[in-house]
Write a protein that binds this ligand. Structure first.
Ligand SMILES: Cc1cc2nc3c(=O)[nH]c(=O)nc-3n(C[C@H](O)[C@H](O)[C@H](O)COP(=O)(O)OP(=O)(O)OC[C@H]3O[C@@H](n4cnc5c(N)ncnc54)[C@H](O)[C@@H]3O)c2cc1C
Length: 371
C-alpha cells in the first residue's frame, strides 16, 4: 500500500513525517524544483492545541522549541493617529502558548526529519484517472491513496468537489524592511519584538519582526474587488513609485507609519486574499482526500498553517491505526477534520468583518480583552 502526497508544504510534510514514524510508505511530489527554490514567507505563530500538538504527535516538539521565538508573542495595537491601545510584552519565563517561528525554519525541520528520497522535487501534479497519477512532464505514478496537500489552488480538489476559492474582499501588499536594526533602529524599536497592528477605516498596517532581522509589513485594504490590483493604480513594477502611491493611500496616518512604508525595500508582493466556503465538505471517496489549504483555505488570521499541520498529523495517525483499510482511515479523518475546520473557518470570517469595520482598532481591543 503506497501513499502519494501532492505538495511539500507544512501540511503535506507533517503527514509524511507521521507516516515515516509509523513505517508506512509514502512519496511527496512537489512542483518546486528544490527546497530553497521559493521564499517561504514570514513568521507563523504555532498554537498549543493545533500546530504544536501536531509537532508533539510527530516527535518534533523539542526541536521546535529550539527554533521558536517566545518574544514573537509580543503585541502592540494602535490607532491611525498613533494612539497606543494595547502593548503586551512577553516575560522571559512565559509559557510557549503561541511562539513565532520562521516559516522556512519550520519547513526545514520537517524536511530534515524525512529520508532524502521522501520528496520528489520538480514534479507538478496534473490529473488522476485510470489508476494513474499524471505529472506535467508526462511521467506517471500509481498509489493506493492520493492526498492533495497542494495548497490554495489545489488540482487534486477537483476530484472531490467543484468548490473554488473566492476573493474575500481583502487585498494585501506585502513589503519588508531588511536589516532594520542597522538601517532604521527607531522604526525597529517602534515595531518591537513581535506583532504590530494599526487598524484604520477600511485598511490596516501590520508589521512583524522576523528571525532574520527583517520586519515584514502588510498593508491591507478591505472591501476591495477581486481585480483591485489592476484598478488601484499602484505601479507595482516601479518600487519607489509604488511606495509613494501607498504612502498617499495612508495620508492622515501618524507619520511614523508612513515612514515605515518609506523604509521598505524593493520587493513588493500583491496578494489577493481568497477563501473556500467555510464548512466545505464532500462525500468520502476511497483513494483520495485533501488536507490543509486544499481542503479549507481560510483568510490569513493565524489558523491556516496550524490547521494544515494538525490535519497532516491526524490523517497520518488514522492511517497508522487502519493500515489495511485506507478508506476507513480517510472517512474517520475527514469526519473530525470537517467538524474542526468548519468551526475555525467561520471564526476568520468574523475577524475579517471586524478588521474591515470603521472602528476596527477599538473592536480588536475588545476582542483581545475578551479572549
Ligand atoms: C500572508 C499570509 C499570512 C499567513 N499567516 C499565517 C499565520 O500567521 N498562521 C497560520 O497558521 N497560517 C497563516 N497563513 C496561512 C498558511 O500560510 C497556510 O494555511 C498554510 O501554508 C497551508 O499549508 P498547506 O500545506 O496546506 O499548503 P502550502 O503551504 O500552500 O503548500 C502547498 C504545497 O503544494 C505545492 N503544490 C501546489 N500545486 C502543486 C502541484 N500541482 N503539484 C505538486 N506540488 C504542488 C506547492 O508548491 C506547496 O509547496 C498565512 C497565509 C498568508 C497568505
Amino acid at each position: 500500500m503506497t501513499i502519494a502526497i501532492i505538495g511539500a508544504g507544512l501540511g503535506g510534510l507533517t503527514l509524511a513525517r507521521m507516516l515515516h514514524v509509523h513505517g508506512i510508505d509514502a512519496v511527496v511530489y512537489e512542483r518546486e524544483p528544490s527546497p530553497g527554490a521559493r521564499g517561504q514567507g514570514g513568521m507563523l505563530d504555532l498554537h498549543t492545541g493545533t500546530g504544536q500538538r501536531a509537532l508533539r504527535e510527530v516527535g518534533l516538539i523539542d526541536q521546535f522549541h529550539a527554533i521558536a521565538r517566545a518574544q514573537g508573542q509580543d503585541m502592540r495595537l494602535l490607532e491611525p493617529d498613533g494612539t497606543l491601545l494595547l502593548q503586551e510584552d512577553t516575560p522571559d519565563d512565559a509559557p510557549l502558548d503561541r511562539p513565532e517561528v520562521d516559516r522556512a525554519d519550520l519547513r526545514n525541520l520537517l524536511l530534515g526529519s524525512l529520508p532524502a528520497h521522501a520528496v520528489r522535487w520538480g514534479c507538478v501534479f496534473e490529473s488522476a484517472g485510470d489508476g494513474h497519477l499524471r505529472f506535467t512532464d508526462g511521467s506517471r505514478a500509481t498509489a493506493d491513496l492520493l492526498v492533495g496537500a497542494d495548497g490554495a489552488n489545489s488540482r487534486v480538489r477537483a476530484l472531490l468537489t467543484d468548490a473554488l476559492p473566492a476573493h474575500t474582499g481583502q487585498s494585501v501588499v506585502e513589503l519588508a524592511v531588511p536589516d532594520i536594526d542597522l538601517t532604521h533602529p527607531d522604526l525597529a524599536a517602534m515595531v518591537g519584538r513581535g506583532n504590530y497592528w494599526v487598524l484604520g477605516n477600511g485598511q490596516s498596517l501590520s508589521a512583524q519582526r522576523n528571525g532574520d532581522g527583517r520586519v515584514r509589513v502588510y498593508l491591507s485594504f478591505y472591501n476591495t474587488a477581486a481585480n483591485w490590483f489592476a484598478t488601484s493604480g499602484i505601479p507595482l513594477g516601479d518600487p519607489a513609485a509604488a511606495r509613494a502611491h501607498l504612502i498617499d493611500l495612508f495620508a492622515g496616518w501618524d507619520p511614523r507609519f508612513t515612514a515605515l512604508i518609506a523604509a521598505c525595500g524593493d520587493t513588493i508582493l500583491p496578494r489577493s486574499i481568497t477563501a473556500l466556503p467555510a464548512g466545505l465538505t464532500w462525500p468520502s471517496t476511497p483513494g483520495v482526500t485533501l488536507l490543509g489549504d486544499a481542503a479549507h483555505l481560510m483568510p490569513p488570521v493565524g489558523q491556516g498553517a496550524n490547521m494544515a499541520m494538525l490535519d497532516g498529523a491526524l490523517l497520518g495517525l488514522a492511517l497508522a491505526a487502519h493500515p489495511d483499510d485506507f478508506p476507513a482511515a480517510v472517512a474517520a479523518y475527514e469526519r473530525e477534520m470537517f467538524d474542526r475546520t468548519g468551526d475555525v473557518g467561520r471564526q476568520p470570517a468574523d475577524v475579517q468583518e471586524m478588521l474591515a469595520s470603521p472602528d476596527a482598532s477599538r473592536k480588536m481591543l475588545a476582542f483581545f480583552r475578551a479572549a
